[in-house]
Design a binder for this molecule. Sequence first.
Ligand SMILES: Cc1cc2nc3c(=O)[nH]c(=O)nc-3n(C[C@H](O)[C@H](O)[C@H](O)COP(=O)(O)OP(=O)(O)OC[C@H]3O[C@@H](n4cnc5c(N)ncnc54)[C@H](O)[C@@H]3O)c2cc1C
Ligand code: SF4
Length: 310
Amino acid sequence: MIDSYIGYSTNETIRYQSSSGGVGSSLLKWLFEKQIIETSITFVFNHRSLRYEPKLIYSYDDYVVTGSIYQEIDLIGFVKRNVDRIKGSFACFALPCQVAAIRNYLKEAGHESFIIGLTCSSQQTIEATYYLLKRLKVKKEDVRKLQYRGNGWPSGIQIECNRNIFIPNNNSLWSEIFHSRFFIRKKCFLCANTLNTASDIVLADPWLEFYLKNEKVGKTLVVVNSQKASDYLKRCYSDSYIELSPIDANLILQSQLYTIERKRRARNSLKIMTVYINLINNKWYRRLFLNPVLWNLHLYFKRIIENKII
Ligand SMILES: Cc1cc2nc3c(=O)[nH]c(=O)nc-3n(C[C@H](O)[C@H](O)[C@H](O)COP(=O)(O)OP(=O)(O)OC[C@H]3O[C@@H](n4cnc5c(N)ncnc54)[C@H](O)[C@@H]3O)c2cc1C
Ligand code: SF4
């Protein structure tokens, strides 16, 4: 870690539409407009599959501020399949487990890469979204648009169907589903790289008491990992694309402490974790506890196992 900051986009629309404070989208805008990169990736929502699909872009005008996407995307496979269509230097957003492979494909193809890393507690399979719709009694084919974050902070899941639905990101059915562990990959239980250390720059939500109480539009926590990122971020700030203030690196760690500590304890309790992961993935357990009548009982077990036993 070279530097750490808290900041936000000076473009009010980007800031509002983004997940946290829009530093990520504004940095991408700056990289395109200063002709530092020629290619990036955006995500397009497909209302038939309910999936966000990656798409190569060659200009910021084609970029969509989507907010964080909480469904699995095969970004590594997409870059591998499309590497021949990448022109010049390349930048994209990526989760910690995607960074090394993406960098390798680009390096092999002779492209310079700049990775804007997202902090990551876990990723959901698309089944999490399907389950939410089922619980809300919304038919998949009725969904016109679905967005997980953005439009204020910390916002929540926004569904356009025959009515408009908003479910907050915290203390809601969606946050229960998100943290239920029913819809995450096995590797997410033990993953040690929450802070995306291999990326050039890392973005996070300011999950700190002060911001949770006072922030409504959004701010981004930023960790700078490479000299190149330090240079770009400072120039992006001098060109007035973003506001930035230095922040103690310990506060960034503190904002993610729950996740980091939970996963550290999980890695130290591998035997119990194996039983726990197998139980959650057992088809009878799932059949029983995904039933809304027993749902709260699963959340209770989960809390006991994770907080008291592990
Ligand atoms: C699965 C997941 C888990 C996360 N877990 C945490 C966490 O535990 N703690 C925390 O503080 N923050 C977490 N984040 C990051 C956080 O939600 C914001 O993405 C981050 O703060 C970005 O800030 P920003 O407003 O500057 O970015 P923005 O300006 O909103 O730009 C973010 C861009 O990232 C891209 N993107 C979104 N989702 C994905 C995806 N799944 N894969 C690749 N690219 C994507 C989109 O192009 C989007 O426009 C997570 C994000 C994801 C996707
Ligand atoms: S928790 Fe780790 S393994 Fe799971 S999606 Fe995030 S980076 Fe990948």
